[in-house]
Design a protein. Structure first.
Lengths: 231, 231
DNA sequence: AAACAAAAATGAGCGGTCCTCATTTTATCT
DNA sequence: AGATAAAATGAGGACCGCTCATTTTTGTTT
């Protein structure tokens, strides 16, 4: 064995820089063109490299999109987490989550679009990193509901998962207007309406229950009639 | 001008038959493979023709999918319309709509998937025939809500569009479990939970206000006492 | 500085898609 | 049968994501 020359290792952050350039370019292209219309050629060009090079850093176009979304999602989760520290009360915190989520569609339309329309259609979405992030994000709402139940502020019988699905599904449907580019949304108004519709159904009843009140009335009225009304 | 020979016109329903064959083949392939994995070559093969021939009857792959979905959607609308004739009462009719829609995801998983994941991502979805059908379909719910408000069974302040978005969005989110192939759904249970969560928030208060109930009780109790309880 | 090897970048081209269009086949009328 | 319009064909164009043999760049050793 001859003493072979040492490997010519480059500074490691040079690779990271390239990666960054590619991800940035990809985010830009995906955001403006959507997935299908975004071509690897254009992403490469914007990163100042040639198409084949991209594949030294990412396995596939889909892989690249996952990376773009994952980075964005992590920022979003951090933002919500931070924001929630400054809100107290179940109702207010739920409203914060709703409004914050609506804001996503207004401010990050392109990426939200990518998330809904492209990422989630993957049959194996539930095995991806994005799904984990998605669960962490949705957990902000379910945790709030569970807490509300424990505090007695929400009814004991409500099912957190259903409320969560109603909230996120409802928001998403409202947001289709934005995603399709037809006009905007008064997100404060929409947040109020969504919570205004849901809250009375999930908040704990202050009074015993309307049934028992009805019973009390029925009993009393029967008695009164029996005794000869207004004696 | 020589008397030119008449055009050799074929029986018109021959074209319709071909069209039918193509649509049927397309539905089958789209349903099982999804949009991206469905190839025009396979659709043509299943219709017993060659790829180019399909383009004599349909403009594009997307056009063909639109046709498949449109036919299915029309059947669905007819089914809901017919079913509603046999249900009375706002709550029961809303529950019917919810349950029927949940059934779509169980029974027509492939097409529902196509609708959500492929059709709606078209930027020009809102100019398509499918969108009109979508509106007609969703109108079953909004009409019910409007009717409920008019009948006094639902609160006067609720916003029908928000309730509609919560319902359809919520159902859709619940149904992702089915679409992704992970287990099924107890749709009766889910329907009950969705309505159970929403209804208390949108139903009109039976009594004018709890104060008046208290008043009624107070008056009655006073009377009863005055008359000597349990005489 | 020169030799050298590993790492990084290249770009031609492969296999696949939807779709077009000049050509051929089929069906109908005189 | 012969003519002609309608219907069907299938080779190939344009474009895509992706691969890989080749070339260029970079850092280390002598």
């Amino acid at each position: 064995m001859t003493t072979s020359r040492r490997a010519a290792k480059r500074s490691p952050n040079r690779q990271l820089l390239r990666e960054r350039e590619i991800v940035n370019a990809a985010r830009l292209v995906f955001e403006t063109a959507g997935y299908d219309n975004a071509s690897m050629a254009e992403i490469a060009a914007r990163a100042g490299i040639v198409e084949g090079t991209v594949y030294l850093y990412f396995d596939s176009k889909k892989d690249l999109m996952h990376r773009v979304i994952a980075e964005w999602y992590e920022g979003l989760i951090a933002s919500v987490s931070e924001g929630l520290t400054r809100v107290v009360g179940v109702r207010a915190r739920l409203r914060f989550c709703i409004l914050r989520h609506l804001r996503v569609y207004v401010e990050d339309t392109g990426l939200a679009d990518l998330m809904i329309r492209e990422l989630r259609r993957d049959r194996k979405f539930y095995e991806t990193e994005i799904y984990s992030l998605n669960k962490r994000y949705a957990a902000f709402v379910t945790a709030e509901i569970l807490d509300g139940i424990k505090q007695g502020e929400l009814g004991p019988d409500i099912v957190p998962e259903i409320v969560r699905d109603l909230i996120f599904g409802g928001i998403e449907h409202c947001a289709y207007r934005i995603l399709s580019g037809r006009g905007g949304l008064d997100i404060d108004l929409v947040a109020d309406r969504i919570l205004g519709t849901l809250w009375p159904g999930i908040a704990a009843q202050k009074e015993a229950s309307s049934v028992s009140i009805e019973d009390r009335i029925a009993r009393l009225e029967k008695l009164v009639v029996a005794n000869g009304e207004e004696s």
